[in-house]
Design a protein around this ligand. Structure first.
Ligand SMILES: O=c1ccn([C@@H]2O[C@H](COP(=O)(O)O)[C@@H](O)[C@H]2O)c(=O)[nH]1
Length: 264
């Protein structure tokens, strides 16, 4: 099944635009819990409350030689009807980008991936060619330094808007979306206003302090899909052995709050 169809299906089925980010840091896990078990428990406790999961590859690479198989096991633990968005922020010259795409989609089995457009179209095109997969292109990121480059203007238009416009023209298979952070709501609004139908992956609420209300309001205005991605606020809701129940409680609150803002 096409990834965006799967994403919309999971959002409808679970009445949820919440994506849980899986960013496991061994030192934050309860004593005795392995990364694989921790992620599996979180998934098992929340799969009926989300539209997607987003493992960030960095946290698995940081595990060393076991990281790849741990990540693969975690992806395999996600129920088939819930898409996995691999946050890898890839992008490189053609043959390298093709290898990154094979790794994400063929080897790991991710449904979608985040990519970095800085090297230009050819550096991310190999991902687009997987027509059943989805590709979220970094547009306006949530970090404090995002404006260093992304807000530089060319002919009066900030770079993040130019990226969004390009992605719209590259979207010949209808499998592209944008990453737009919740920490700059006015820029999120500008992106959504200019691109009413592109799916948006929106990190930056919770630990990074972005407004959930504005992320939902601006991200979904006009009926576009807004996937609200939250990692630490959910997975570290408790540092004790009750972490999966606490993650479920946090996810439930977020899901319901998102739905209230969608209904407003
Ligand atoms: O602009 C971006 C792009 C990606 N991320 C990633 O999302 C999560 C956010 O984690 P929280 O704990 O909810 O802050 C993390 O994996 C980032 O690398 C982002 O934050 N901003």
């Amino acid at each position: 099944m096409n990834c965006l169809t799967k994403l919309n299906g999971a959002a409808r089925h679970n009445r949820s635009c919440l994506c849980i980010g899986l960013d496991p840091e061994p030192e934050k896990l309860p004593a005795g819990a392995s990364v694989t078990d921790f992620c599996r428990e979180i998934i098992g406790a929340t799969y009926d409350l989300v539209c997607a999961y987003k493992p960030n590859i960095a946290f698995f690479e940081a595990l060393g030689s076991s990281g790849w198989s741990v990540l693969k096991d975690v992806i395999e633990a996600v129920p088939r009807n819930i898409p996995v968005i691999l946050d890898a922020k890839r992008g490189d010259i053609g043959n390298t980008a093709r290898a990154y795409a094979r790794a994400a989609f063929d080897e790991l089995g991710a449904d979608a991936v985040t990519v970095n457009p800085y090297l230009g179209r050819d550096s991310i095109e190999p991902f687009f060619e997987y027509r059943d997969k989805a590709v979220f292109v970094l547009c306006r990121t949530s970090n404090p330094g995002a404006a260093d480059f992304q807000s530089i203007e060319s002919n009066g238009k900030p770079l993040y808007q130019i990226v969004a416009d390009k992605v719209e023209t590259w979207n010949r298979y209808g499998n592209l979306g944008l990453v737009a952070g919740a920490t700059q709501p006015s820029e999120l609004k500008a992106i959504r206003d200019a691109h009413p139908t592109l799916p948006l992956l929106i990190p930056g609420v919770g630990a990074q302090g972005g407004s959930l209300e504005l992320a939902v309001k601006y991200g979904s205005s006009g009926g576009g899909l807004a996937v609200i991605s939250v990692s630490r606020q959910v997975i570290y809701a408790s540092s004790g052995t009750d972490y999966s129940q606490a993650a479920r409680a946090a996810a439930l609150l977020l899901r319901d709050e998102i739905n209230q803002y969608l209904a407003a």
